[in-house]
Design a protein around this ligand. Structure first.
Ligand code: NDP
Ligand code: 8X3
Length: 251
């Protein structure tokens, strides 16, 4: 049975890719987005065997690219039922006074501006149809601060705050807004954060079992498949070995 159209930002890796796979297995039609066109095409071939897939290749930091991409959707793909705002990154992990300001701008432009651009473009269609669901990927870093987390954490706190504001503003229009906030998930996140340094990137996961993208995808699927009158507003999902951002039990 058709479950509607889901647009996933950052579908080329990690949580976005795992969610695309799980939603394809569960009968959702997918619009997959990201900057790496080769990965998008490979996913279209792979998941296209399970469901209808459309791909859009653009940089979410660029407002014109976002508007053009959404504007380019063919008629049968225009009515987006669910928007998964997942694209995001941490760039660097340094004390505030030593951070690279370019890193701050990348995080603010991706995690915040990008999320705002695409949500502002997609939400009016949901409001017109009187239904829709926006799921924003937050983080444990959006719930608490930790040493050297400064601007990444601030962007995720902003995602939490924005989700609450979006929920209030769109309540009367039948649009659900949810946040899913994971703890440590082993994806490309850490490799990106530490600029391709694979050894350093392994450190957060040493001696413990982190979440997989699939674990988070399963939580998202649960949120998306509640009956119309039920809204999971906020979901914190952590590895069993992690109590807070920095309290991790390692063997
Ligand atoms: P990955 O690095 O594995 O995936 C990130 C995705 O975001 C990629 O598909 C990437 O695609 C996309 N992306 C990044 N920048 C842009 C851009 N400028 N334009 C378009 N797409 C972009 O990381 P995760 O899967 O771990 O991260 C997904 C989300 O989960 C992020 O918001 C992250 O903050 C959050 N999160 C991650 C946690 C973790 O421990 N991994 C924990 C808590 C939250 P491409 O490069 O092709 O553009
Ligand atoms: C990613 C989780 O703890 O590395 O959002 O900030 S953490």
């Amino acid at each position: 049975m058709d479950k509607g159209i889901v647009l996933i930002t950052g579908a080329t890796a990690g949580i976005g890719e795992a969610t695309a796979e799980l939603l394809a297995e569960n009968g959702f039609r997918l619009i997959l987005t990201g900057r790496r066109s080769d990965r998008l095409e490979a996913m279209k071939t792979r998941l296209g065997k399970l469901t209808a897939v459309h791909t859009l290749c653009f940089d979410i930091r660029n407002r014109e690219e976002v508007n053009e991409a959404i504007g380019s959707l063919p008629g049968e793909w225009k009515e987006i039922n669910i928007l998964l705002n997942n694209a995001g990154l941490a760039a660097g992990m340094d004390h505030f006074h030593e951070c690279d300001i370019d890193d701050w701008e990348r995080m603010i432009d991706t995690n915040l501006r990008g999320l705002l651009y695409i949500s502002r473009k997609v939400a009016p269609g949901m409001i017109e149809r009187g239904s829709g669901h926006i799921v924003n990927v937050g983080s444990i870093a959006g719930r608490e601060m930790y040493e050297r987390g400064n601007v990444y954490s601030a962007t995720k706190h902003a995602v939490e705050a924005l989700s609450r504001g979006m929920r209030i503003d769109m309540l009367e229009h039948g649009v659900k807004v949810s946040t899913v906030s994971p703890g440590l998930v082993e994806t490309e996140f850490s490799v990106v954060r530490f600029r391709g340094d694979k050894e350093r990137a392994k450190k957060p996961y040493l001696g413990m079992k982190p979440l997989s993208g699939r674990d988070v995808a399963e939580a998202i699927l649960f949120m998306l498949t509640r009956p119309p009158h039920v809204s999971i507003q906020d979901l914190l999902i952590m590895p069993a070995a992690q109590a807070t951002a920095l309290t991790v039990h390692r063997e």
